[in-house]
Design a protein. Structure first.
Length: 318
């Protein structure tokens, strides 16, 4: 598991962040799902293999899986929520999530069957076939994919989009599975306010990392008090190298960006400007956009390499 996988999983595992994501997805940001109503579940699923080399069922681990138990209109609600984190587009995500959900439903049926057997509950001949009684009901399973990339998600968002046919008569008989997806690029500016945790600021930063992110952050007062986990997430998934001053578990990203600029100027790393931005900062944005994050450290130390990249990206050096 890479660093981005580890950091995003730990971040989205926090109940308040997890609830915030689903409240944004389902309830337009209204605080319906409460963090204290969520219970961690075993994220292990037994999956049936498919494709080359498939031989026997294997264990598969979801990123995060929780049970939501609440009471609405005097009725008890039980829903299983799952989150899958992606820092890159997964072109078979609909199949992956559909399989996870199906295996969870199968697990619920199996658990019911096991319970009846252990408690010696008498079943009818029809119920015995599945180990599931006529009046039994399953908890709904909703899986959400949270994408931490700045680029547009250009993968299929449903099973039907992945199929080789577009014949509507045939497709009516093919069950579809639609991908629940949150991507920074698709969120409107006014909708970032619907998030109640640092997740919204992380999505906004990621969306604008290739734009004028510095001006955006410095003008947004919310970034003056950002929790350490969100700041670390932003640095990890965007490749930013912002140094934070921590106060009572919070960091000031506005100050971090200003400090970065001052430090760059003091070390002679800015020789000119293009379109109102310093060359060094603009070069970093190009490298992040082109997924060349491993070169960020090198351009700080290697003047020749930096000049070569200035020329490659057409950044004015006079």
């Amino acid at each position: 598991m890479g660093k981005a996988d580890t950091v995003t999983k730990a971040y989205m595992s926090k109940n308040e962040i997890f609830a915030d994501a689903f409240n944004f997805l389902i309830y337009e940001g209204k605080q319906v799902i409460k963090s204290e109503e969520l219970k961690e579940l075993d994220s292990t699923e037994i999956v049936l293999p498919y494709g080359q080399g498939a031989d026997e069922p294997k264990q598969k681990f979801r990123d995060v899986l929780k049970l939501w138990s609440a009471k609405q209109d005097e009725n008890a609600i039980y829903v299983i929520f799952g989150i899958e984190n992606q820092d890159k587009v997964h072109y078979a995500m609909s199949v992956k999530n559909m399989l996870y959900d199906a295996m969870n439903y199968a697990k619920q049926v199996e658990n019911a069957k096991k319970s009846y057997k252990e408690n010696k509950v008498k079943l009818s001949d029809e119920e015995f076939l599945s180990g599931f009684r006529k009046e039994d009901r399953l908890f709904p399973v909703i899986t959400l994919t949270v994408y931490f990339g700045a680029e547009k998600w250009d993968g299929a968002k449903s099973i039907h989009e992945m199929l080789s046919i577009k014949n509507e008569k045939l497709l009516k008989f093919v069950p579809d599975y639609k991908l629940n997806l949150i991507t920074p690029e698709s969120i409107k500016e006014e909708d970032f306010e619907k998030f109640k945790t640092g997740l919204g600021m992380a999505m906004q930063y990621i969306k604008h990392q290739d734009d004028d992110v510095a001006d955006l952050i410095i003008k947004n007062k919310k970034f003056e008090k950002l929790d350490r986990e969100t700041a670390n997430l932003i640095n990890t998934v965007t490749g930013s190298k912002l140094e934070f001053e921590e106060t009572k578990g919070e960091v000031n990203m506005c100050r971090a960006l200003e400090n970065f600029r001052k430090k760059a100027k003091q070390e002679g790393k800015i020789e000119g400007e293009k379109s109102g931005e310093n060359k060094m900062y603009q070069l970093m944005k190009y490298l992040i956009k082109d997924n060349r994050k491993e070169e960020l450290e090198e351009i700080e130390k290697n003047e020749q390499k930096r000049q070569e990249l200035y020329k490659f990206y057409g950044i004015v050096t006079e």
